[in-house]
Ligand binder design. Sequence first.
Ligand code: UDX
Length: 429
Amino acid sequence: MKITFLGHGYVGLVTATVFADLGNTVHVIGHTKDKIDNLNKGIIPIYEPGLSEVVQRNIKSKRLFFTLDYSPYIQESDIVFIAVGTPPKKNGEADLTTVFEVAEKIGKNLSGFTVVATKSTVPVGTNKKVKEIISKTKPEKAEFEVASVPEFLREGSAIGDTLNPDRIIIGTESKKAEALLVELHKPIDGHFVLTNLETAEMIKYASNSFLAVKISFANAIAKLSELTGADGIKVLEGVGLDKRVGKEFLQPGAGYGGSCFPKDVKALISIAKGYGYKFALLEEVEAINRNSRNDIVRKAEKLLGTFKNKKISVLGLAFKSNTDDMRDAPSIDIINMLKEKKAFVQAYDPQAMNNAKKIISGIEFCEDIHHTVQDANLLIVLTEWNEFKEIDLREVKKLMKTPLIIDGRNIYDSEKLKKMGFTYLGVGR
Ligand code: UDX
């Protein structure tokens, strides 16, 4: 099939590449010349394990192309995917400006019959608006149908998630569009849910919000376990083994971050508000998440007393491992709080340093783990990189001024560390 993608962020770039790898001819339209030039050379703007190789392979095989031009690719396409960003506005609402801008341009370039499918996370009702915009701008003879095909890939495991999704959601009012989208997705191993536009739009927000609920619930139980003397990790293991609950996304820690959960929880609160429903549960989920970040700083205060003239080393800046993404990473808030309290912070991340430098200032970015922990009064781990799990902690202890560790992702064995002479605080234990 001939497919066009609007947008080459995580969702656009990964799904476009996977569809090309499955044998389709895929054009990806961007709007920044430098980025498109780089992509055509196989240089991708994000760190995602394995992605660069698959992009390069498909460019070579002439199945994957990056361009600034809408014409003639939209006209020639069977399916056009909208995969542009929907960042949060100040009030939490999703900003749909780019979605509507590209819808207008798609409309102007349509020819024959085309399915226009939205992959971006958009509030209920957006695809109907996309349909209205295209109807107004399209050439008279061109025919089209809209569909909502939300994407559930996670950063760090994006290609695997796209090829083996738990489910493939296709929302559309048109049987013809549904059949075409089912055919495109057939080589992908996933359970199909065929439904209407509004349901598909809502499934994405409900899924991400539910996962955020699980994480905040885990963080609340972890907090209560710390207060009561229960082992929060064991409590959550015990809870998660019940198949009705499931053990995934019950890891307590510094809280959720990233480009999706914080934004989508806010957006669903805002969508609900628009319909006169106060989604208090999700407001509390956000509050618990903020507190999980604050708690890391409270623990640091408990260990150090004052931060004045204290060196705190932070291992891990990205919002999770296997990504260089710093969007809404807990490290940003935590480091800012430490700085405000006059701590001297030195930090390291295996992939996110360049992105972190654009967002965080007034700290020392170190080249490796050893430099980061050198002479530190306290070590805080904020991302669960394998590299950190494997460090020689005896060596770390020798380099640090005082052997204090706050393990914000529970990556270390607390008993082992205590035996080594560390004062160790995890989350929930
Ligand atoms: C998420 C969804 O998982 C994915 O389906 C959707 O398409 C996009 O949003 P992503 O943001 O890439 O994916 O990362 P994810 O692995 O879900 O983690 C999100 C955040 O939750 C991270 O900050 C992670 O550290 C945190 N998290 C996750 C926890 O704190 N505890 C957990 O048990 C799981």
